[in-house]
Design a protein around this ligand. Structure first.
Ligand code: HEC
Ligand code: HEC
Ligand code: HEC
Length: 430
């Protein structure tokens, strides 16, 4: 039942999709690419529409009816933005404020996230214009105030010093347990995380399920990610929640204790866990990884160190972000966790042709799919009979047979060596 629901949800997710292509990780802040609302001559609401489809549609729905795919998982219904009476009662500044400061900032539900740390004031004004458009309300004309900021607030990058401070705190049992409590409160009640992420089958489904977050992500990574998601992945749909250092640390520590049902982190790995013992050779692992025609052939689908394919996720920072447990599981049991946005889909065309691959781009007319071999196909949507999202990963599942135990350890060691470069100290010189 649950699986079916998730499956249907995913199908729809993909169909609504976004016009924005998926991009691999990149370092540095800035506005999500191509969405800075600067193009001249476009009406303000048009710029807002692009942003709406990327950041709002999953809760508020295609037409603003409050029926986005994620809405059924929320305890508070997302506002019906297409309701003219409801929207007419609000002035432009009120709408601006709820988007910028989130529900919590205007004494409404915490399930409405804050966007003021992700979008510039200009972008938020374009969303106000689009909200009016959705409600078909032209009595309150939206003009861009001349003082509206063009850039989103600058987020300081995490430094090596920050990271070391967090790891020290993590080792201090007393401080850690106080922070974990705070983190739990922030996660469920205050910072919108629960609106998009589920834990133990409850909560939103926009981002990955975090029930086993403690097995999957390293604590330092959780901090780096929640502190500045756009700094890691500029086009991510996860907004920056504007957490201060203490809050981000607290949430990272809370997530790092989530283990799902199993007591033993390596239980699900069964006998495979012996592969985590013993040493791998980074250089040999690298050679296996980049030999596209070789028996591992990872780089046919994955990029790392600036080269490789884009069928699967970019693995450039995977040694910082993922635990060895997760990495081993990913190589040997790719279906146990399928990375967000990388579900494979089966497309049946009206002429009977069947295409399987991963969605790379989508707009109103076309769908771009990349197959296992890395070739991209552009499909006219009108010619599609049916789309189904597969539960299975497109990644091969037979590496246990293709590679020796030692070769698996070597590849693992190479993946673990792929770290996010952190700055020595803050560029702002604090
Ligand atoms: C994770 C789900 C979620 C996302 C994503 C989301 N919202 Fe909301 N939004 C809500 C919920 C829930 C409410 C209802 C809050 C309440 O009434 O307490 C709401 C309320 C609102 C309201 C009405 C506030 C009021 O004054 O009553 C506006 C306007 C709004 N959202 C705009 C947006 C825009 C624009 C975006 C995208 C930039 C967005 N929302 C993204 C969940 C979401
Ligand atoms: C509006 C929806 C939304 C909200 C709110 C949100 N997230 Fe996310 N989150 C996402 C999406 C979507 C992804 C997948 C990111 C991607 O790959 O682009 C994600 C990814 C993540 C990840 C995995 C990162 C990785 O390395 O793959 C973690 C951990 C996470 N979010 C934690 C949080 C926490 C903690 C909060 C609250 C402070 C939060 N999220 C709020 C949507 C959201
Ligand atoms: C035919 C393409 C293909 C090949 C070959 C392939 N992968 Fe993958 N890989 C994928 C896809 C697609 C995903 C995303 C779906 C999933 O999570 O299983 C993925 C996911 C992963 C992940 C999880 C990433 C994350 O952070 O969520 C890791 C790690 C990984 N692959 C490592 C490898 C390694 C190591 C090899 C070589 C031994 C390899 N892959 C070969 C397609 C491939």
């Amino acid at each position: 039942m649950k699986n079916k629901l998730v499956k249907n949800l995913l199908i729809l997710f993909c169909l609504i999709g976004t016009i924005v292509g998926l991009e691999g990780p990149a370092i540095g802040g800035g506005s999500p690419g191509g969405m800075d609302g600067k193009a001249e001559g476009t009406p303000l609401w048009k710029k807002g529409e692009v942003l709406y489809r990327h950041y709002c549609v999953h809760c508020h729905g295609e037409e603003g009816d409050g029926d986005g795919l994620n809405s059924e998982f929320l305890d508070k219904e997302p506002a019906e933005l297409s309701n003219k009476k409801f929207i007419q009662k609000k002035n432009n500044r009120q709408i601006f404020r709820v988007i910028k400061f989130g529900g919590v900032g205007v004494r409404k539900s915490h399930l409405m996230p804050v966007f003021g740390f992700t979008l510039s004031e200009r972008q938020i004004w374009s969303l106000v214009a689009y909200v009016r458009k959705l409600a078909d309300d032209d009595t309150n004309k939206v003009e861009l105030p001349p003082e509206a900021e063009e850039n989103r607030p600058t987020i300081q990058p995490v430094t090596i010093l920050d990271r070391d401070r967090i790891l020290d705190l993590y080792d201090d049992e007393k401080q850690r347990s106080a922070l974990i409590q705070l983190g739990e409160h922030l996660f469920f009640k205050k910072k919108s995380c629960f609106a998009c992420h589920s834990v133990d089958d409850e909560g939103g489904k926009v981002g990955p399920d975090l029930t086993r977050a403690g097995f999957l992500y390293n604590p330092e990574w959780l901090y780096i990610w929640v502190h500045d998601p756009q700094g890691v992945k500029p086009n991510t749909k996860m907004p920056n929640m504007g957490l201060n250092e203490k809050e981000a640390t607290a949430i990272a520590f809370f997530l790092s204790i989530l283990r799902g049902e199993s007591e033993d982190p390596f239980e699900e790995l069964g006998e495979l866990k012996i592969l985590l013992d013993g040493k791998g050779d980074v250089q040999k692992g690298e050679a296996l990884f980049f030999d596209a025609e070789g028996k591992a052939g990872c780089s046919k689908c994955h990029a790392a160190r600036g080269k490789g394919g884009s069928v699967g996720p970019n693995l450039s920072f995977v040694g910082s972000s993922r635990t060895s447990h997760f990495l081993l599981e990913s190589i040997l049991k790719p279906n146990s966790v399928v990375t967000v946005d990388f579900n494979s889909m089966a497309v049946l065309m009206k002429d009977g042709e069947a295409i399987k691959g991963i969605k790379k781009k989508e707009n109103d007319e076309f769908l771009e799919i990349v197959d296992q071999e890395g070739s991209v196909k552009k499909i006219v949507k009108a010619d599609i009979e049916k789309v189904e999202i597969e539960e299975e990963s497109l990644m091969p599942t037979d590496f246990k047979d293709r590679l020796s135990d030692q070769e698996i350890r070597d590849v693992l060691a190479f993946l673990e060596s792929l770290k996010i470069p952190l700055k020595e100290e803050s560029t702002a010189g604090k």
